[in-house]
Design a protein. Structure first.
Length: 196
C-alpha cells in the first residue's frame, strides 16, 4: 500500500512535468533572455521565496554565482534572507522582509526572481511591488493560476505558472524550471553544448 502511494507520487510528478513542457518553455526562455540582458548590462538577480520556495531561491542563486553544469565566471545573484528575526527588533513588519532588501539592494535593470507556489505569499507580493518601484523586471514562478501575484505583474515581467494546485508538485516543477533557466543562461553566454 505505502509503496504504491510512493510510486503514485513519482507518476504524478512525471506527468505534470511532461504536461507542462509546452506551456512553460516560452516563459522560461523569456526569463533567460531577461536575466542575460540584466547580467550583461552589469545588473544582478535577486531571488526570494518562503518555505520550500526559499530553498529553491537559494539554490538558483548558488547556481548562478557558482556554476550549473559548465565552468564559467560567477554571475551576480543573491538570495534574499528570509529570517525576519534579523529585522524584527527594529520595527520592520515581517511581511516586508524581502521588500526592504529589494529597496536596499535593487537597482533599475535588475531582475527579481519571485517564487511562490500559491502566488499569494505576502512577503513575495511586497517584494514584487518594491521591485517595480525600483524599475526592476520580475520573473515570477507560481502555481495555482498565479494567485494574487499574477495581477501585480507588468507587461515586461515574465510569469512561469505551473498548472497545478498541489504545493509539492508546483515546487518540483519550479526546481526543473530553474535548472532549465540556468541551462538557458549558460547557453546564451557560452554557446551550445552537447548533452551528456
Amino acid at each position: 500500500m505505502l509503496e504504491q502511494r510512493i510510486q503514485q507520487q513519482f507518476f504524478e510528478s512525471a506527468d505534470l512535468k511532461y504536461q507542462s513542457a509546452d506551456q512553460l518553455a516560452r516563459p522560461i526562455a523569456e526569463a533567460a533572455q531577461a536575466i542575460v540582458g540584466c547580467l550583461t548590462a552589469g545588473g544582478k538577480v535577486l531571488s526570494c521565496g518562503n518555505g520550500g520556495s526559499a530553498g529553491n531561491a537559494q539554490h538558483v542563486a548558488s547556481l548562478l554565482v557558482g556554476r550549473f553544469e559548465r565552468e564559467r565566471p560567477g554571475l551576480a545573484a543573491l538570495a534574499l534572507g528570509a529570517d525576519a528575526t534579523h529585522y524584527g527588533g527594529f520595527g520592520v513588519d515581517p511581511a516586508q522582509i524581502f521588500a526592504k532588501q529589494v529597496q536596499a539592494l535593487g537597482q533599475p535593470g535588475d531582475v527579481l526572481l519571485a517564487l511562490s507556489a500559491s502566488g499569494s505569499s505576502a512577503t513575495v507580493l511586497a517584494a514584487v511591488q518594491a521591485a517595480h518601484d525600483r524599475d526592476m523586471t520580475v520573473v515570477a514562478l507560481t502555481g495555482k493560476g498565479g494567485g494574487k501575484l499574477k495581477d501585480l505583474l507588468a507587461e515586461t515581467d515574465v510569469h512561469i505558472a505551473v498548472p497545478h494546485e498541489r504545493q509539492a508538485r508546483v515546487q518540483e516543477v519550479h526546481l526543473l524550471a530553474l535548472h532549465c533557466l540556468c541551462d538557458a543562461v549558460d547557453t546564451h553566454l557560452l554557446g551550445e553544448q552537447d548533452q551528456p
